[in-house]
Structures are given as structure tokens and as C-alpha cells.
Write a protein that binds this ligand. Structure first.
Ligand code: GTP
Ligand code: MG
Ligand code: ZN
Length: 260
């Protein structure tokens, strides 16, 4: 450190991986064309995607966007469905099953009722974990529960809007022990994965894998093309409709950006 408190970069180490998103457009700015890359973190072992059953309400579109960001960076993804104490009907189970069937580890948790503690410990211990999810889903609460020394600030979800109000405001890397690190991040409503071309998007939906090579056209975007094996698989209920709608939703935002 210099006397004035500024730092000096001594060495830039190589990155094993990194995860990015598209930087948000600045409101009112006249910038057109491609959005810049915003790097979030590097050298990550686990992308931990946190959602809540209720308050804020469960959002599978957001989960699928986070998954695409993780898959396209070749980072192992784990899904946490938190606040299961608020969903006595257990509607969340449909989604736990869906994501498990695709091959993801899903942790069903409740900080309030102490459910999922062991499994979450196992997910996080010994790894560098990036915690991602919308505001108010309980990211900081989960981390405080597993690692009580952290004492991260947690907040109340505004009962009026159920949108949360961004208690965590910057991403912070917390070192738990020699091998365990957790990066708590501010809630993001939705993520636009960076650097994904329309024709590559399907590769980041693991459940489409068995079908994408069977389409009639090798340039198929699985949107409307005749002889599309993905659309057929959706019709035959081999691919879940919600996942396909998520795919179309992200495809559309890639197109929108190209035409902006
Ligand atoms: N009922 C219930 N409430 C929970 C649970 N986990 C967290 N909460 C509550 O949810 C609210 C938001 O928790 P936070 O940990 O601040 O959420 P966050 O995801 O870190 O939010 P941001 O920092 O804004 O991104 C707090 O009032 C917590 O007490 C849970 O398992 N069940
Ligand atoms: Mg937080
Ligand atoms: Zn197709």
C-alpha cells in the first residue's frame, strides 16, 4: 500500500474462469449497439443460485438466466430454494424435481426452521462460492446461518411490493477458512448473460442436449423452424415447457440487443 492509501498491482494472476453479465444500459444515454461486459467474479468453484418460495415469489425465469450465465462460463451451478417454511403446500417441489432431473443439485432450505443446514454446508465448504439471486431471497441470511461469524447485514422484504430493497449493496468476498470463500452479492432482478450468440444459447440448457443435433437445419434456433427436434421434444413433454419458455425469453433479449 502507498502512503496515500492507494494500492499497487504487483502481479496479475491468470484466471481459471470468470463470470460476467451485460452491463445495464444507462437510462437516457444515447449509447447504441452492444452492451459492455461486466465481470462479476473469477476463479469460482460454485455458482450458488438462491431463490425463495415466496416473498419474493418464486421466479424460475430468473433461475434459468443465472444457470445460463453459469453454464456458459463452465461453472458448477447449485440451486437453493429458500424460505420453504412459507410454502406449506410445497408447490416448490415441482421445481426441485425438475432441476434435479436435469442434473442440478437442489437444496431446499429454511433459515427460520433450520432445514437444509447440513446439505448447504457440504455445498459451500472447501469451495469458492458466488452467491447469486434476487433481492430479499435470503442470500445473506443463509450465509450468516451457515457461518455465524460473518454477521452480514440482512433486511426486511418490503411487504408492500415484495420486491426487496437491496440490503447488500456491494459484492464482498468473505474468507471463511483456507479453502472456503463466499461472495455475497447485492440482489439482481434479472441477469442478461454476456457474450452469448443466439445459435449457442441452446448449449447452455443441459436438458436440450439430446435433441439439438436432430433438428432439420443445423442453423436451427429452435424458435419456429420446421423439423425442430427441440420443439418436438417440448410437444412430447420430454423437455419441460417452462424451460423452453425461458429459452425463448433469453433468445428474445439477445435479439432485442442486436436490434437496439
Ligand atoms: N420466512 C423466512 N424468511 C427468511 C428466510 N431466510 C431469510 N428470510 C428473511 O428474508 C429477508 C431478506 O433476507 P436477506 O438475507 O437480507 O436477503 P438477501 O437475498 O441478502 O437480499 P439483498 O441483500 O437485498 O440482495 C429477511 O427478513 C430474512 O429474515 C427463510 O428461510 N424463511
Ligand atoms: Mg444480502
Ligand atoms: Zn431446432
Amino acid at each position: 500500500m502507498n502512503q496515500d492509501g492507494s494500492g499497487v498491482i504487483e502481479e496479475v494472476m491468470s484466471r481459471r474462469n470468470h463470470i460476467s453479465r451485460k452491463a445495464p444500459r444507462i437510462k437516457g444515454a444515447s449509447t447504441r449497439g452492444e452492451r459492455l461486459e461486466q465481470k462479476i467474479a473469477a476463479n469460482i468453484d460454485n455458482l450458488v443460485i438462491v431463490s425463495s418460495c415466496k416473498n419474493p415469489k418464486f421466479n424460475n425465469r430468473a433461475i434459468d438466466r443465472f444457470l445460463v450465465a453459469g453454464e456458459s462460463s463452465h461453472i458448477h451451478c447449485v440451486i437453493i430454494i429458500n424460505k420453504i417454511d412459507l410454502d406449506k403446500e410445497e408447490d416448490y417441489k415441482t421445481y426441485s424435481e425438475l432441476y434435479r432431473k436435469i442434473g442440478y443439485e437442489v437444496v431446499e432450505s429454511s433459515v427460520n426452521e433450520n432445514i437444509g443446514y447440513e446439505q448447504l454446508h457440504k455445498v459451500l465448504d472447501g469451495k469458492t462460492n458466488l452467491i447469486w439471486g434476487q433481492s430479499g431471497v435470503g442470500k445473506s441470511s443463509l450465509l450468516n446461518w451457515i457461518y455465524p461469524n460473518l454477521k452480514l447485514k440482512t433486511g426486511e422484504v418490503s411487504s408492500f411490493s415484495s420486491k426487496g430493497k437491496h440490503t447488500t449493496v456491494t459484492s464482498i468476498l468473505n474468507v471463511i477458512d483456507e479453502n472456503t470463500r463466499v461472495i455475497d452479492t447485492p440482489g439482481i432482478r434479472e441477469i442478461d448473460p454476456y457474450g452469448i450468440r443466439e445459435e449457442d444459447l441452446c448449449h447452455f440448457f443441459k436438458d436440450f442436449e439430446d435433441y439439438i443435433n436432430n433438428c432439420r437445419f443445423n442453423t436451427c434456433t429452435h424458435h419456429h423452424e420446421p423439423g425442430c427436434a427441440v420443439i418436438e421434444a417440448v410437444e412430447d413433454e420430454l423437455i419441460n415447457t417452462e424451460r423452453y419458455l425461458s429459452y425463448l425469453n433469453i433468445l428474445e433479449s439477445i435479439e432485442d440487443d442486436m436490434n437496439f
